[in-house]
Design a protein around this ligand. Structure first.
Ligand SMILES: [Cu+2]
Length: 663
């Protein structure tokens, strides 16, 4: 959303050394589970961003395995912690593992928190935090008498006691539980959890943007890439890229409300990963915390890039721009997965259907060659990544036709082309992110496209029944609730993304019957979070088995939004399927762009009802297999913090329970 420039800053000290930029990109350090457990101490704290010029203090996680914690329990042995915390880490887990985290809050106060004056939000200045495992199919459970830890629960917050005690009568309670100094999490992955790429970040509503922009995030991988690319040649190297950006004021402090108009100097484009603010400030776009690194593709089969957009509000339009004889072209890349799980649409699907079920995250182009018995591969030369999304692409030296050619020092620039989110939205700049050199590619030795086996991961193969059964104990702990009703056959929920009268961002609701008519009495106008009356409540099916719902997502604003829901994955329904034709599947997502409405839209449901506001609805089918309390929201964090979030409660089923928990 366009706003006037507000100098809201994180006031922090400065210290530490400076590393030069332009170095070879380094993968984030890995913390891997062993014996089915990964037990971590994670301390959210101010850190020096040693990879950027100048002396900049961000916030990041100091992380070590719990066995390497110092005696105080709230710091790591120096030799066992991550050395570039701003760059992020990778947590490597397998299906069935348990992620244990002792999260410690050592963050400073933020007296000028943007939302501190919002109703019930005064406590945000104390900078409470928590963590969310984005995209993962895990329980959001609360502690029980047997287990005092939390699951992937975004309603608990931990406060740093050095920032003063929050009033215990405080309205912070309206968000959930309040803890002093630390939270213990135990997040168990179901045995049927899909392999893929996920991430973790704080989810403290009202200051999510502050905490992510300052650097608090990291990635999670489950299983191996060969779980869904079984024939991945051994000469294809895997590389991890965490995209972050940071706006640094002239005095070295971080600007904590990412401002798309921060830089004055954007022409012709930001060629070095940073641009300048007139006052002397800088806006850095980094990969793994590194500014404009070099990427040498040394392996003969190219590389599989596993990319996460960990920026707060930035949309990237990624491309690999190659200059040959003075002509610049965008190289073809094969898209292997979106949002963590593999992408293999039904064979023979039309290009327009494919782009629709991809949620307009990409516009596919023809792949160089696909064998008829393969599932359809997806090739792209641009990739639109809104905040919070992940994508995996096979990058190998190719000519303008997509044919693999031998590496001879060919060079390309990994860049975002810049992206505008609409009339009242933001214009994110074009930036060069990294310089790529191809070496040693073996032409003729590599298949033209990788064979992605989606059977374990698509909507028919990803077994939500098995996931519900794996989580039977957690699901059984959530009581039935006779006031939570499943949707009658043919009904759908309609969610409005709009502008409330008293806030910048909000959500509205109604039920729509099988004839397409709004259900009388079901309408709730657009309102900002928190508002308990706005929660959606539904039960799991009999025996705590999964239940599918159809949601129609309508963007009433003149800027894009980015729908995200926790604890599940959904598929986008194509126009063809909505007209009654057979379904096409193969792409599961946890977030989807909601394109802007036209100029007649003013954010109100009223304008839409009067038909002066024309919108582009996105229809999704969402399977719910996990009981508990969680949220859905816009993942442009300016919008989430501003109120575009709502709670959902999945109750236990009211009929007899088929699964008998063993303990
Ligand atoms: Cu939004």
């Amino acid at each position: 959303m366009k706003t006037s420039f507000l100098p809201l800053i994180v006031t922090l000290g400065f210290s530490g050394s400076v590393l030069a930029d332009g170095k070879e990109l380094v993968d984030p350090p890995v913390f891997a589970s062993s014996n089915k457990v990964l037990d971590l101490l994670m301390i959210a704290k101010p850190v020096t961003v040693g990879t950027l010029p100048g002396v900049i203090t961000g916030w990041a996680y100091e992380i070590c395995k719990r066995q390497y914690a110092n005696k105080d329990g709230v710091s790591c042995q120096t030799s066992k912690t991550n050395t570039n915390p701003y760059g992020g880490v990778r947590l490597q887990l397998n299906a069935g593992d348990t992620l244990k985290v002792h999260l410690v809050n050592k963050l400073p106060q933020i007296p000028e928190s943007k939302h501190k004056d919002d109703p019930t939000e005064g406590f945000l200045s104390q900078n409470p935090t928590n963590i969310h495992t984005h995209g993962m199919l895990v329980s959001p459970r609360y502690p029980s008498s047997k287990n005092p830890t939390y699951g992937d629960n975004v309603f608990v917050l931990t406060f740093n006691s050095n920032n003063g005690m929050p009033e215990m009568s405080s309205t912070a309670h309206s968000h959930g539980d309040m803890k002093m100094d630390a939270i213990d999490y135990q997040i168990t992955l179901p045995r049927h959890h899909p392999s893929g790429l996920y991430w973790f970040h704080p989810h403290a509503h009202g200051i999510s943007l502050n905490q992510l922009s300052a650097g608090l995030s990291g990635i999670i991988t489950v299983g191996k890439v060969t779980d869904y690319v079984p024939t991945l040649p051994s000469n294809v190297n895997e590389r991890y890229l965490i995209l972050k950006d940071g706006q640094v004021n002239a005095d070295g402090s971080l600007h904590d409300q990412e401002d798309p108009d921060f830089c004055d100097d954007l022409t012709p484009s930001v060629t070095t990963g940073a641009c300048n603010h007139v006052s002397g400030g800088k806006w850095y776009f980094t990969i793994n915390g590194q500014l404009n690194p070099t990427i040498n593709v040394k392996s003969s089969g190219g590389e599989l890039w596993r990319i996460t957009n960990a920026s707060g509000s930035v949309t990237y339009d990624l491309q690999l721009n190659k200059k040959t004889n003075g002509n610049a072209t965008n190289m073809m890349m094969q898209l292997v997965s979106v949002d963590g799980v593999s992408a293999t649409p039904t064979l023979g699907i039309s290009q327009s259907n494919l782009n629709q079920i991809g949620g307009t995250k990409f516009e596919s182009i023809e792949c160089p060659s696909v064998k008829s018995n393969d599932a359809q591969a997806i090739c792209v030369n641009k990739l639109r990544m809104m905040p919070g999304t992940r994508a995996e692409v096979w990058v190998v030296n190719r000519d303008v036709n997509g044919k693999i050619i031998s590496g001879n020092g060919d060079q390309a620039t990994f860049q975002t082309a810049g992206y505008s989110t609409g009339e009242s939205g933001d214009t994110w700049p074009a930036v060069d992110l990294a310089q790529v050199t191809f070496l040693n590619t073996k032409k003729g030795k590599n298949p033209p496209v990788l064979n992605v086996d989606d059977r374990k991961h698509d909507t028919t193969g990803l077994n939500f029944n098995a996931i519900a059964q794996d989580l039977a104990v957690e699901n059984a702990a959530v009581s039935p609730d006779s006031s939570c009703k499943p949707l009658p056959n043919g009904w759908k929920r309609r969610i409005f993304f709009g502008i409330p009268t008293n806030a910048d961002f909000g959500l509205g609701f109604e039920l729509v019957d099988e004839k397409g008519q709004p259900v009388v009495g079901s309408f709730q106008d657009v309102a900002a979070f928190p508002d308990a009356k706005k929660s959606i409540c539904l039960p799991l099916s009999i025996g705590n088995t999964p239940i599918n719902e159809h949601w129609e997502l309508i963007n009433l604003a003149t800027e894009d939004h980015n729908f995200h829901i926790h604890q599940t994955k959904f598929r986008v329904l194509s126009t063809s399927e909505l007209q009654g034709n057979p379904s096409v599947s193969g792409i599961l997502q946890d977030s989807v762009p909601l394109p802007t409405g036209d100029n007649g839209c003013d954010g109100s449901v009223n304008a839409w009802r009067k038909n002066v506001c024309k919108t582009s609805p996105v229809d999704v089918e969402i399977p719910f297999a996990i009981a508990g309390d969680f949220v859905y929201h816009c993942h442009i964090l300016e919008h989430e913090d501003g109120g575009m979030m709502a709670t959902i409660h999945i109750a236990g089923s009211s009929k007899s329970v088929a699964f008998t928990p063993k303990n």
